[in-house]
Design a protein around this ligand. Sequence first.
Ligand code: WTA
Length: 649
Amino acid sequence: MSKQVFKPNKEFSKNARIKNMCEYQDLQDFAAEDYEGFWGSYAKEKLEWIEPFTNVLDESNAPFVKWFDGGKLNVSSQCIDRHLDSRKNKAAIIFEGDRGDKQIITYLELYYNVNKLANLLKEDFGVQKGDRVVIYMPMIPEAAYAMLACARIGAIHSIVFGGFSSEALKDRIEDAEAKVVITADGAYRKTKPYMLKPVVDAAIDENSPVKKVLVVERNNEDVTWVAGRDYSYNELIKNKSGVCEPEVMDAEDPLFLLYTSGSTGKPKGVQHNSAGYILWAQMTMEWVFDVKENDTYWCTADVGWITGHTYIVYGPLAMGATTVMFEGVITHPDAGRPWKMVEEHRINQFYTAPTAIRVLHKMGEHEPAKYDLSSLKVLGTVGEPIDPPAWKWYYEEVGASKCAIVDTYWQTETGGHVVSPLPGATPIKAGCATLPLPGIMAEILDPATGELAEPGETGYMCITRPWPSQIRGVWGDPERYIKSYFGDVKKDGKAVYFTGDGARYDEDGYITITGRTDDVINVSGHRMGTAEVEAAIKKHPNVAEVAVVGKPHDIKGEGIFAYIVLKSDKGVADEVEEVKAINKVIQKEIGNIALCDDMVFAPGLPKTRSGKIMRRILRAIAKGEEITQDISTLEDPSIVETISTMVNK
Ligand code: WTA
């Protein structure tokens, strides 16, 4: 890792919310000395309460915690209503469609659009507080209206990324027992229409808990309509009232579920609740992106992931910012698309994933120079470690060596950033997420002792005190919540939150994330559980056994490498056909995002005598590394040599 340190831009720091490391340290000290005082004062200052909270943090039932108990509020009001006095004509959302079509939605328009949809859900579909609504949408403003409309009436939304297959959608619908799905006929990608509604149709059968489907007509392609179940948003919305009183919600009422992969079993429904989540979404927008009143902020994520939730919709709107929503593909029509958008919309903060930076670098190294990018002040990255060459290009060519790069480390479960530079204060280093944000007790611990890891030693990235935007539970499975997050590391005898990531301190106490320690693969910043991919592949009738591991990939960060053992009587007749057939199963069960980069048809897998697959060995083989582990205890040590030869041939 480069040791070079880049100081914040002096001009920028002057007007930043946190201007230097002394101010950062003061905030850290405040939180360390009076944790509840710290969070309580921000909750009072930043949120508009219908009724004030009586208690800041209740840990009596830890790890099930409550923040701001007794307080009442509504998250959609935090994002819309409270801005109407001072910002009613300000752009809340700037939408750019795939084909370059543009739309500006002011805060007042957002208010009406959200309220109409809230009324529709209540009146026409009978959606009530606490009901689950699945949102399966393209990147269009109606996706944001749907989220906020649910929040307005107290329904719990669960967004399923539009790239997931009908099987994956079905699983998530059933786990959450959702009664409504909001979708679109489809949308556009690289100017061509693509479809979503048929996927929804395939996910719902007569036993489905879903009784109503609302369809936004975006590309107007032909779709099937099921009478009594499917309704056109464009029709129903016409005669709805634009006023809908927000439901009075408890601070700890659930706001949304978002399914994410873990190391075992099916994806889990990560639950976020109202007050704590929206507080940290807003505070991190203010601190980490330092968005100012007239700024235009763009996050390229999809609303189907947590980054889209917190940093396209909830965070920017909670602080009253202008957020850009983009339907298209950033490399289309060429790798200058994002820079053209930065120039046209005069974007001030740009937030994307290392995968995107690597693609843009590779496909359009000199594209940034063709556009006026002088409006940019802060560049962000998220989702995976960023490699120094990508970082350098981003810093120098996109940011003209004057913009801070905020390498934001966080997860679906943390709700918002937890380790990140502050653009006006923190000196930065390439590929380094730097320091915990004020109020977040993020520490790298030695899992064996629970002590702080020594500089240079890889330890476990933990958070040792609850924080407001913390995951509140795994939907329907409290045991899994405890087991997944509070089982591995103890500090002073007490179980602490473990992220699943490894990390190390450098000599300055800066944090570098080294990647997952569990069986989760990070493909283009998307989390895939090896167990999930394996379960999909096993559905193919010829497959006897399978083990999936991650393998470093130039663009995607990690690719998926599958070792497959076919049933003995089948043999591999035609490898190309076999790969195709297995890929088809993966597409059906999960979606294109889980397609394997490599498949090897092995005669067997390296296993311990108790039958445990040694993934560590398989990872090493996939990387082409020498096997240094002792393999003599394996059930069949010779299999290692056999597979290595197959992979390296
Ligand atoms: C990884 C995405 C290194 C990490 C917000 C984490 C990162 C997982 C970074 C969460 C970063 C996220 N540097 N690794 N800046 N940010 N990760 O839930 O492994 O989709 O556990 O949330 O992405 O992925 P998730």
